[in-house]
Design a protein around this ligand. Structure first.
Ligand SMILES: Cc1ncc(COP(=O)(O)O)c(C=O)c1O
Length: 483
């Protein structure tokens, strides 16, 4: 079509050349401004020829658009896009903008402001707290996924049990008894996509708005967010070299409903909760019918001696709700985690789960249970312990020269991250600012103000080159700035 014969009409795929689709395309072209106000349209005969449809169809569409005010007909001169459409179109556009502009609720605003649970797509020094997949037994995993799909058959395509696949719940219970000293019935195990999901669901199930929850200060931000979303009153409890100060928490907020702790490897300071404090915590929970949420997110990774016994196994009062995740020990996009809870709250949790995302895909659960049952998981853990242990040792060796300038770090030989602290907060922040590394500050995990600050180094997924490059850059940055 040439312009003299009227405006170019928008292309519409031949298969969609029905009356409704063509009408919709022309109307949208006017509203979007593709056909401008006052622009002359081709004749219906021309348009019908261009689209390869009957003239009658175009007549009907033009008539309707004219009736609706999108087109105007001028006798003897042809059909034009109505000039009033510019106002209509502007109003429609501002409605669009309004619809897409982020005007969240107070809760939405508060939640959206927490971006700390988002990880970078590519691990970089020192923002790499996820699993290293370089030694993951990929071929075995592929084989087990195929086998899982075959064994489940078409049932694997249907709804799955929101509590988790029974094979996986048994395999997890068996693993926990063997490796974490946790003795539970498979019926107490409930499968989730993530530890984060377990935290959200437990908080929603157990808390009334306004209930107090002890969190560690500094704390894993995902946990704080989950309790806040459930309307909890957050009681931030200081952490020292023995973990949470249970004595302070009991004094300040004795009636709390939940105490959230990371006893094996406090997040982010890295300390282990001492036995005295573990006992004090359990006694407080038993006296007050409160719950302890034990987030054992990386308890498998201890590099000297045996993994620390879980708090769960010390508790004879059934007050500890244990959360474990396979997303750290396998690979981050596995999306399989679990909780061990009293049997009575498995069903309620499963009900709430069905109101969210339903369940964890069965094939993935089945593959994971085969991986556990066939002993691949324990071999993998052994390999990963050696790998992360070596990375941690290299990091500490590389940072050793900084000890003379007053830097300290936790001696708990565990996990995939290390916190290096300094009493001079301004110095820590100057080092972070002067470096191009991704260095999270300890203070972003704190609730209360405190003296000193720290650099939170997540090294799990770094390969040898980026680890060593990162260490050199960090030592250079910390030496350049004066404490
Ligand atoms: C303390 C803590 N809890 C829970 C999680 C989350 O695990 P998941 O990926 O299974 O939600 C993490 C992840 O870094 C963590 O550090």
């Amino acid at each position: 079509m040439r312009q003299s014969r009227g405006a170019l009409l928008p292309p519409v795929p031949a298969v969609r050349l029905r009356r409704g689709a063509l009408y919709g395309a022309l109307r949208a072209a006017v509203l979007d401004g593709v056909l401008a106000p006052g622009e002359r349209l081709p004749s219906t005969r021309q348009a019908a020829a261009d689209y390869g449809v009957s003239r009658g169809m175009l007549e009907e569409i033009f008539a309707q658009l004219t009736e609706e005010g999108f087109f105007q007909r001028a006798v003897g001169r042809g059909t034009f896009v109505a000039s009033t459409v510019s106002r209509l179109s502007a109003a429609a556009q501002s409605k669009e903008t309004r619809r897409f502009s982020p005007v969240p609720s107070r809760r939405g605003h508060a939640m959206a402001a927490i971006a700390a649970c988002r990880e970078p797509a590519v691990p970089r020094p020192f923002n790499a707290g996820i699993a290293d997949t370089s030694e993951f037994p990929w071929k075995i995993w592929l084989r087990l996924q195929a086998r899982a799909a075959r064994e489940l058959g078409r049932a694997g395509l249907d709804f799955a049990d929101p509590r988790g696949l029974s094979n996986l719940r048994s395999a997890i219970a068996h693993y926990l008894a063997q490796f974490r000293g946790i003795h539970c019935h498979p019926r107490q195990v409930i499968v989730f996509n993530s530890a984060q999901q377990a935290l959200h669901l437990l908080a929603l199930l157990l808390l009334n708005p306004g209930d107090a929850v002890w969190i560690e200060d500094p704390c894993y931000l995902g946990a704080r967010a989950a309790f806040q979303l459930a309307g909890a009153a957050i009681a931030a409890v200081p952490v020292d070299h023995e973990g949470m100060r249970v004595d302070i928490a009991v004094r300040r907020s004795p009636r709390a409903r939940i105490a959230y702790v990371t006893p094996s490897h406090q997040y982010p300071t890295g300390v282990a909760l001492s036995l005295d404090r573990r006992i004090a915590l359990i006694e407080w929970a038993a006296r007050n019918n409160a719950w302890i949420v034990e987030d054992d997110y990386d308890g498998e990774f201890r590099y000297q001696g045996q993994p620390l016994t879980a708090l769960y196994s010390l508790d004879s009062h059934a007050r500890v709700l244990y959360i474990g995740t396979l997303n750290k020990s396998m690979f981050v996009s596995l999306r399989v985690a679990y909780a061990v809870v009293p049997e009575e709250i498995v069903e309620p949790l499963a009900n709430i789960r069905t109101q969210m995302d339903g369940f964890t895909p069965a094939v993935r659960q089945m593959a994971m249970s085969l991986f556990l049952d066939e002993g691949h998981f324990s071999s993998h853990l052994r390999r990963m312990r050696a790998l992360y242990g070596a990375k941690r040792a290299a990091l500490i060796e590389g940072l050793a020269p900084l000890a003379a300038a007053g830097w300290t770090w936790s001696s708990n030989p565990a996990g995939m991250h290390l916190l290096m602290s300094h009493e001079r907060g301004d110095y820590v922040r100057a080092v972070a600012a002067s470096s191009s590394l991704e260095l999270a500050l300890l203070r972003s995990y704190r609730v209360a103000r405190a003296r000193g600050d720290g650099l939170f180094l997540r090294f799990g997924a770094l390969d040898a080159a980026s680890l060593h490059g990162g260490i050199a850059a960090l030592v250079a940055a910390a030496s350049k700035v004066r404490p």
